[in-house]
Design a protein around this ligand. Structure first.
Ligand code: GLU
Length: 452
């Protein structure tokens, strides 16, 4: 029987090896640390998981594709971007995970996202493996025609690696309904197949699922509500700070408002908006989804209740709840200290890895309920899996049915994380609960399927 401290030493060795073998991928190292550091108790308690090679296989993607994406802008100039698809783990089902189009994208970023996705997808309880992709293409300021040409070029390579039973991409930062439409069109044209289940996040009129656009934000609010319930509280009357102003932030704000909370902020890379009366969702949607504009326009049009703060940290705004919904490492230790000073009760991650490790520790030490992204934002990919189910059955469900399924899935994830944390002597620690519960499901499947 190995002790926890022997197991920890072995994991430390492995983490050093991961850093060595994957140089210049700090985000991937961070994600691997975050998971592996919590696994010692389960590896010590269940010797079958300490089998040589299991964790080593888990941290090595099954397949990584990097490709050239040439495209022409409206003036005829040629641009060359880099495309990625990392097919990380298919023990539980076809690779599943979004595509991110953002200038910060590189292999390490896609690997961090793909690694997170393995455990997140496992936590949903549905049959989906983990993968992620994207490009360093920057859609900001590009015309629809440019975005279309880029998407067509991207899919002209990607199509040979994906399929409804193989790998099912979806959206992420910079990839929404418009991009999924262009990508799907090109896939259909090249393959001459109507294969609805090859992509999720499609339009509702052509194979998409109702509530998929809302699912990540709604799911995160449901997770936050479950954490509060555990402490004998609810969302009613709670002030919330939300960062970001994309799909996740918008539907987080919508659900918070619907459940009686008061979301007072949103942000983008230029700064943040505080609106004492609560964010006016119609105005925000008009600016972000229709005009594809910036949040300072919101403050200009909203009137006296709102002000725009250029630069600055949205986490300085006093609130009961914080829902980081922008991007990785947006909430650091200083921000966490500020939230704690202002009496925050819960932090629930809508984005992937938005809270730095130091910030997570500070929040947990201070008794704040902390919902890690792989549990709290799993509603998005769960919504995607429900879209796949509808596609396979050639049917579409009502919004009410999808929302009910989503709500059951989020409550189950919460219960699973909570109970797993208790089982491993870490009551209230959702990070440990999520990592161990996700790991157990994937590890059991990998062990059963042999060394592949
Ligand atoms: N990009 C989302 C995530 O980070 C959704 C992925 C999907 O729907 O496949 O989970």
């Amino acid at each position: 029987m190995t002790t926890r401290s022997e197991t920890r030493t072995a994991l430390d060795h492995l983490l050093t090896e991961i850093e060595h073998r994957n140089p210049a991928q700090p985000e991937f190292h961070q994600a691997a640390h975050e998971v592996l550091e919590t696994l010692a108790p389960v590896l010590a308690a269940r010797p079958e998981y300490a089998e040589p090679g299991l964790i080593e296989r888990l941290v090595e993607p099954e397949r990584q594709v990097i490709f050239r994406v040439p495209w022409q802008d409206d003036k005829g100039r040629v641009h060359v971007n880099r495309g990625f698809r990392v097919e990380f783990n298919s023990a539980l089902g076809p690779y599943k995970g979004g595509l991110r189009f953002h200038p910060s994208v590189n292999l390490g970023v896609i690997k961090f996202l793909g690694f997170e996705q393995i455990f997140k997808n496992a936590l949903t309880g549905l049959g989906i493996g983990g993968g992620k992709g994207g490009s360093d293409f920057d859609p900001h300021g590009r015309s629809d025609a440019e975005v279309m040409r880029f998407c067509q070029s991207f899919m002209t390579e990607l199509y040979r690696h994906i399929g409804e039973h193989t790998d099912v991409p979806a959206g992420d930062i910079g990839v929404g309904g418009r991009e999924i439409g262009y990508l799907f069109g090109q896939y259909r044209r090249i393959t001459n197949r109507w294969e609805a289940g090859v992509l999720t996040g499609k339009g509702a009129g052509w194979g998409g699922s109702l509530i998929r656009p809302e699912a990540t934000g709604y799911g995160n609010v449901l997770f936050a509500a479950a954490m509060l319930r555990e402490r004998g509280e609810d969302l009613e009357g709670q002030t919330a700070v939300v960062s970001g102003s994309g799909n996740v932030a918008i539907y987080t704000i919508e659900k918070l408002t619907a459940l009686g909370a008061n979301p007072v902020t949103c942000s983008d890379s230029s700064g943040y908006v505080v609106d004492e009366k609560g964010i006016d969702l119609d105005l925000l949607k008009q600016i972000k989804e229709v005009e594809r504009g910036r949040v300072d326009t919101y403050a200009e049009r909203r009137g006296s209740s709102a002000r725009f703060v250029p630069g600055g940290s949205v986490w300085d705004v006093p609130a009961d709840l914080a829902l980081p919904s922008a991007t990785q490492n947006e909430l650091d230790e200083n921000a966490a200290a500020s939230l704690v000073r202002n009496g925050v009760k819960a932090v629930s991650e809508g984005a992937n890895m938005p809270t730095t490790p130091e910030a997570v520790h500070l929040l947990q030490r201070s008794g704040v309920a902390f919902g890690p992204g792989k549990a709290a934002n799993a509603g998005g990919v769960a919504g995607s899996a429900l879209e796949m189910a509808q596609n396979h059955a050639r049917t579409s469900w009502t919004a009410a049915r999808v929302e009910e399924e989503l709500s059951d899935i989020m409550n189950n994830i919460h219960t699973t994380c909570h109970e797993t944390a208790e089982r491993y002597d870490a009551p209230g620690d959702y990070v440990t609960g999520a990592n161990i519960a996700g790991f157990e499901r994937v590890a059991d499947a990998m062990l059963a399927q042999g060394v592949i």
